[in-house]
Design a protein around this ligand. Structure first.
Ligand SMILES: *[C@@H]1O[C@H](CO)[C@@H](O)[C@H](O)[C@H]1NC(C)=O
Ligand SMILES: *[C@@H]1O[C@H](CO)[C@@H](O)[C@H](O)[C@H]1NC(C)=O
Ligand SMILES: *[C@@H]1O[C@H](CO)[C@@H](O)[C@H](O)[C@H]1NC(C)=O
Ligand SMILES: *[C@@H]1O[C@H](CO)[C@@H](O)[C@H](O)[C@H]1NC(C)=O
Length: 396
């Protein structure tokens, strides 16, 4: 009797497990189908914005910006004060979170990840600009539901993509040096290779990324020395240890691989290398022109294979003149921080009369389907793990 009931519960358990597996498979297929349908529907549009011949215009000397949605589900936008920004625009723009002031607002800002299908839309006037604000590339997004049901609603996009209405930098940027600064740099005439006797350093904490950094790093390691720190590396040196603080000083190169191939998305990895004055070795698949310092990186995709990359790195490491040429930009430019919520960039654009009246046809398509990387999904997540396993057993 007891024996029989145990068997019964074992059978039930097995059935349950099978059901769960079938369910997971259905979810993966469903998720893949959603991805395919987005790619499909994109074919119907040549462009992601539609422009109108006439733009309504409210002639004001001071514009009002309303942050309509939450910011990552909180009331705290990255920077609620225009005054906090380099102080250029507080006389021309005012920022508010007060929804009752929507009618008098010139711009209404929606943070993409905070727009949900059940979110309420404010009433609008034709002169008002609705701005879709986004700093996260597709793999960092789990939902992005907001874009889908809301077609033909947002007038402008404001994001790190160069094809946005308003291009903003999520990390750093650069500006020209002043004449005095130029003279100072010239006098210093720094040798950036000095004291760097090791080849390359990498810090990797994501072992299953879309860009398969583990694969390319290991291929490079066949030809040159790379010390990998972080949870997926072969070396340990926690940042808090004094001897680890300056560990980068020993190295000629820093592998600054992005973990996915997203259009125009250049993170702190590149900028950090330049703060340390190490040459970053990058894996960019889209043209970074205008986004980064000229001649300031080695891109592995500019070479036919990893062996050639390694040979070139060796060549640069052995020639100080060549090494320093990657820092020629320091004679012209300096890094700056585009911290905060980019309110002043938006403020400038609100006074720009040459931007026509326009609407974004399908924000989801623009942000996800038109990108070169995929949105986070269970399907892509599982696939990354499979790819990694295949690599570990020598099949990929
Ligand atoms: C806006 O108003 C100012 C005066 O307040 C006027 O000088 C200017 O021409 C107006 N601009 C437009 C585009 O109507
Ligand atoms: C080092 O690099 C510079 C600049 O590319 C080049 O002109 C020079 O010939 C190289 N020196 C050697 C020893 O290869
Ligand atoms: C105004 O917007 C246009 C694009 O619509 C851009 O080319 C131009 O540089 C902008 N002007 C200013 C002053 O920012
Ligand atoms: C904003 O988009 C709407 C369509 O939803 C359009 O009627 C309006 O003219 C646009 N306004 C501007 C300033 O682009």
């Amino acid at each position: 009797m007891a024996f029989g009931s145990i068997t019964k519960s074992a059978v039930t358990r097995r059935l349950l497990i099978i059901l769960v597996i079938v369910e997971i498979i259905f979810i993966i297929i469903g998720l893949m189908a959603i991805e395919v349908s987005h790619t499909e529907s994109f074919r119907f549009h040549d462009s992601f914005v539609q422009t109108f011949p006439h733009r309504e215009w409210r002639n004001k000397t001071r514009k009002q910006i309303l942050a309509w949605t939450s910011f990552w589900f909180t009331d705290y936008w990255c920077d609620m004060s225009i005054k906090g920004e380099p102080g250029r625009c507080n006389d021309r723009c005012e920022l508010t979170r007060d929804k009752s002031r929507v009618a008098e607002s010139d711009a209404v800002v929606f943070h993409f990840p905070d727009v949900l299908p059940w979110s309420t839309l404010p009433p609008r006037t034709p002169d008002q600009v609705w701005v879709l604000y986004n700093l996260e590339p597709p793999p960092r997004q789990i939902w992005y539901t907001g874009g889908t049901p809301w077609r033909n609603i947002y007038n402008w996009t404001m994001s790190y993509r160069k094809d946005s209405t308003i291009f903003v930098r999520p990390y750093h940027g650069y500006e020209p040096l002043s004449e005095e600064e130029k003279i100072k740099v010239k006098q210093e005439n720094k040798n950036f290779a000095e004291g760097r006797y090791k080849i390359a350093i990498a810090t990797v904490s994501d072992c299953y990324d879309d860009a398969r950094r583990y694969k390319y790093t290991h291929q490079l390691m066949k030809y040159i020395d790379i010390d990998i720190y972080g949870s997926c590396g072969n070396k340990e040196c926690p940042q808090w240890k004094p001897e680890c603080e300056n560990i980068h000083k020993k190295y000629k190169f820093q592998l600054a691989f992005e973990n996915a191939y997203c259009k125009d998305y250049i993170t702190e990895k590149y900028w950090e290398a330049h703060m340390r004055k190490i040459i970053p070795v990058v894996n960019w698949k889209t043209d970074p022109k205008g986004l980064v310092f000229p001649n300031s990186y080695i891109n592995i995709w500019d070479f036919p294979d990893m062996k050639s990359v390694a040979e070139y790195m060796q060549k640069v490491a052995n020639n100080d003149t060549l090494y320093n040429s990657y820092f020629d930009w320091t004679k012209e430019f300096k890094m700056n921080c585009h911290c905060g919520c980019h309110w002043c960039v938006l403020c400038d654009a609100l006074f720009n009369t040459t931007i026509p009246a326009q609407v974004v046809i399908d924000p989801m398509q623009w942000a996800v389907s038109m990108d070169t990387c995929k949105m986070w999904s269970v399907a892509t997540f599982l696939w990354r793990i499979v790819e990694r396993l295949l690599f570990d057993i020598g099949l990929a």
